[in-house]
Design a protein around this ligand. Structure first.
Ligand code: ATP
Length: 289
């Protein structure tokens, strides 16, 4: 086989908590991550030498800084592969949006090259390698619904949420993840998500029971600096969405809808107000298979 196509899916954070700062300056996090069926399309074609990235999106670098390049290079060096690869990325996931689009591409690269280069590495090994490229890559490899701890690399799968419809809005701003973490001040007044109760609701397959406990601590930093995030949250709530939250370090905001009809209707309304509005379902490979 010398050719492979794949879809790489975005994620949202149903909860995001920061428990403290570690000695190595990384933050200790606790978050419930969820794959969604908003995806990029990737194509891998074997060649004799070198790694070449092709991408039409102006904000995505095609040089050695691309997450995909770094993932391919790591695998090539680690297993002394003397073949090359052309990698085409077609972006649908908004870039720098808090949806782990780049990490999903990195995860897809590890999976595709594992097959094309016949490495036969188990998922645990791919996750260990992925962690060296980006903290969200292990989750993107695992997919579904999971609790992430440590710097995001310690993962525990949770039962899949029944398929839920979401509306996502990305405001036209870019927020640096490093800036958000640097400006996060945690004290005894800080509100934290109730992760244990959210997990309980998920385990009972009861989204209505879980939703009240969904919370993203990073909104404490982003909302005062970018009032448009709060304005989008308010609009989604006015239109009937539930569990409305910013994903990751932002700026994308999502909300849960009752069904596809409600998601379509909220999406139509918000498209008149914002350029980047999407609908997507929560995604779990096992449920979809
Ligand atoms: P996270 O939720 O993991 O913080 P994100 O959704 O905020 O990620 P990405 O879309 O992954 O952010 O992009 C972050 C930055 O990484 C972008 O500014 C982009 O220039 C760079 N980048 C490198 N490789 C890629 C890639 N394959 N796809 C998208 N962005 C990439």
């Amino acid at each position: 086989m010398n050719h492979k196509k794949m879809k790489t899916r975005a994620k949202i954070n149903l909860t995001l908590d920061v428990l403290g700062k570690r000695k190595d300056n990384y933050h200790e996090v606790e978050m419930i991550m969820q794959s969604i069926d908003l995806f990029d399309e990737m194509e891998f074609i074997s060649k004799k030498k070198g790694i070449t990235i092709y991408c039409q999106h102006c904000e995505v670098p095609i040089d050695e800084s691309n997450i995909v390049y770094r993932a391919a290079k790591l695998l090539k060096d680690e297993y002394k592969i003397d073949k090359g690869i052309d990698i085409f990325i077609h972006k649908n996931i908004p870039v720098a949006a808090g949806l782990a689009g780049g990490s999903s591409n990195g995860a897809g690269t590890l999976q595709a090259l594992n097959e094309l280069w016949q490495l036969d590495l188990p998922l645990t090994k791919l996750m260990e390698l992925g962690k060296r490229v980006g903290a969200d890559i292990p989750f993107c490899l695992l997919g579904g619904t999971a609790l992430a701890q440590g710097i995001g690399e310690k993962l525990q799968s949770l039962p899949p949420l029944p398929s839920n419809w979401l509306v996502l809005v990305k405001p036209p701003i870019s927020i640096s993840t490093a800036w958000v973490y640097k400006n996060l001040k945690i004290n005894r007044h800080t509100q934290h998500p109730d992760t244990a109760r959210a997990i309980q609701g998920i385990k009972e397959q009861n989204i209505d029971k879980a939703i009240p406990y969904f919370y993203n601590i990073l909104e404490d930093v982003t909302i005062p600096a970018y009032p448009e995030i709060k304005a989008i949250k308010k609009r989604l709530e006015e239109l009937g969405a539930k569990g409305v939250l910013m994903s990751g370090s932002g700026p994308t905001v999502f909300g849960f809808c009752r069904d596809e009809k409600e998601a379509q209707s909220i999406c139509r309304t918000l498209k008149k107000e914002y350029n980047e509005v999407f609908i997507a379902k929560t995604y779990d490979e096992e449920v979809e298979a």
